[in-house]
Design a protein around this ligand. Structure first.
Ligand SMILES: [Zn+2]
Length: 257
């Protein structure tokens, strides 16, 4: 029996300005693409490795996450996987999934978690220690509430918070530097935020991805995961609000940032 990969090698294909399509191997020369918003860059990436596409994982229905699916299906006939509740808004799926499902992806295994908030049908996939968090959780940020309520998103983020600290987060967007500015405006004295500034600026200058991050790191610096941190609550004057209200307020401030 082949054991599932505990720490898969995951590589980014940067597209559309700030999206990442994440790629990892399912078996020799076969790869999984997460949220292929475009196709040409994925085909080029696979050609460089003489690889083929075996699976597509979709987190949600937005165009910048599914735009390349049809062309990739035509070329590689991969198994395309997405949330059953959103099948009508996603490209043609070969397999639909829901909370708690386990997927066999060659040598890898993926667990499915439903994380409504950004959209009502958003799901994330955990493969070993890698979490493909789509537009639910970003480094230092979280997705906008396009369809869900603050309470839904808060519950989704808490679901992710219960995963192991060493979980590596592969988010669908490179928003880290902007998010860092916002986070620092809320917590100007957070030592962990201050400590990461130089590293982020350097990566930005060199056009390098700031991802993956880890859940442990995000717990120290992501304001959306820190709604119960006493110093943050006091600094922002949110003492009278409950955690969901605090989260909603920070999300509104981020919209205006
Ligand atoms: Zn989206």
């Amino acid at each position: 029996m082949i054991m599932p990969q505990e720490s898969p090698i995951v590589e980014p294909v940067p597209v559309l300005g700030d999206n990442y399509i994440w790629m990892f191997a399912s078996e020799e020369n076969h790869y999984v693409a997460v949220d292929p918003g475009t196709s040409d860059e994925v085909i080029q990436w696979l050609d460089d490795r003489e690889g083929r596409l075996s699976h597509i994982l979709l987190t949600h229905h937005h165009a910048d996450h599914i735009g390349g699916v049809a062309a990739l299906q035509k070329k590689y006939n991969p198994q395309t996987i997405g949330f059953h509740g959103d099948a009508s808004r996603l490209p043609a799926l070969d397999r639909t999934v829901q909370e708690g499902d386990t997927l066999n992806l060659g040598h890898s295994m993926a667990q499915v978690l439903e994380t409504p908030g950004h959209t009502l049908g958003h799901v994330v996939y955990k493969v070993g220690d890698a979490l493909f968090s789509g537009d639910t959780l970003f480094s230092l940020g979280c997705g906008r509430l396009f369809e869900g309520t603050a309470e839904m998103m808060w519950n989704s983020l808490n679901k992710l918070l219960s995963l192991p600290d060493e979980t590596r987060l592969f988010c669908a967007h490179e928003y880290t530097l902007t998010n860092h500015g916002f986070a620092l405006s809320l917590e100007p004295e957070n030592p962990d935020l201050l400590a990461m500034q130089g590293k982020l600026m350097k990566k930005n200058d060199q056009n390098q991805p700031t991802l993956p991050t880890t859940l442990a790191e995000e717990k120290r610096v992501n304001p959306f995961l820190r709604c119960s941190d006493q110093s943050l609550i006091t600094h922002l004057g949110l003492e009278k609000k409950n955690p969901i209200e605090r989260f909603a307020q920070i999300r509104r401030w981020r919209n205006d940032y």
